[in-house]
Design a protein around this ligand. Structure first.
Ligand code: GNR
Ligand code: NI
Length: 176
C-alpha cells in the first residue's frame, strides 16, 4: 500500500465528473487500499478517488469511533460505482470539512438518511441504508465523484466568503 498525495482546491480533478469503474480487479483493489492508507494517514473519515487525482467512481470511508491505539477497530468500507437510490425528505445539519479544502469547516444541510447501492472491494453488489455521520459522509464522497464540493451546498455569499478566506490562508502558507 502506498500513501498518495491529496489534491487541493483549485485542482481540476476535483471538478471532474468521474468515470465508472469498468471492472473490480486487482488494480482497483490496490487503488482502494492506497486510498484507505491515505485517508487514515491524513487523518480523515472518507476519501474519494479524484482527491488523489484518479477520476474514477469510487470512494472509501471509515466512520467508526476509535481511541488512540485502537488500530484493530478499523472498519474500512469501499464503495465502487455507488448510486444513491433513495434520500429522506427529512434533512439535518452537520459540520463538514474536506481534506481537499484544509482548515475549512461549515455546517451543511443534507438528507438525514440515504440508501446507496454499490460494488464492494470484491465486486459484490451491496445496498445499505445509512443515517447520521455515515449518511453525511456517503453524500459528501458521492458529490466528489460528480466534481461537487461541500462548499457548493452553502449560500453563494457564504461560499464566496469561505473560499476567499481559504485562498488567503493558502497564499500565506505558501509564502512562508
Ligand atoms: O475527513 C473528513 N471529515 C468529514 C467530516 C464531516 C463530513 C464529511 C467529512 S469527509 C472528510 C474527508 C474528505 O474530504 N472526504 O472527501
Ligand atoms: Ni471531501
Amino acid at each position: 500500500m502506498t500513501k498518495r498525495e491529496i489534491y487541493l482546491v483549485p485542482d481540476a480533478c476535483l471538478r471532474t465528473k468521474c468515470e465508472p469503474v469498468a471492472e473490480v480487479n486487482d488494480e482497483i483493489r490496490a487503488l482502494a487500499d492506497d486510498m484507505l492508507e491515505t485517508m487514515y494517514a491524513a487523518p480523515g473519515i472518507g476519501l474519494a478517488a479524484p482527491q488523489i487525482g484518479v477520476t474514477k467512481r469510487l470512494f472509501v470511508l471509515d466512520v467508526a469511533e476509535r481511541e488512540a491505539g485502537e488500530e484493530d477497530k478499523k472498519e474500512p468500507m469501499v464503495f465502487i460505482n455507488p448510486k444513491i437510490t433513495w434520500a429522506s425528505e427529512e434533512t439535518s445539519f452537520y459540520q463538514e470539512g474536506c481534506l481537499s479544502i484544509p482548515d475549512v469547516y461549515e455546517d451543511v444541510e443534507r438528507p438525514e438518511r440515504v440508501r446507496v447501492s454499490y460494488l464492494d472491494r470484491d465486486g459484490k453488489e451491496c445496498e445499505i441504508e445509512a443515517d447520521g455521520l455515515l449518511a453525511t459522509c456517503i453524500q459528501h464522497e458521492y458529490d466528489h465523484l460528480d466534481g461537487v464540493l461541500f462548499v457548493d451546498h452553502l449560500s453563494r455569499l457564504k461560499r464566496e466568503r469561505t473560499m476567499k478566506k481559504y485562498s488567503k490562508a493558502q497564499k500565506a502558507k505558501n509564502s512562508d
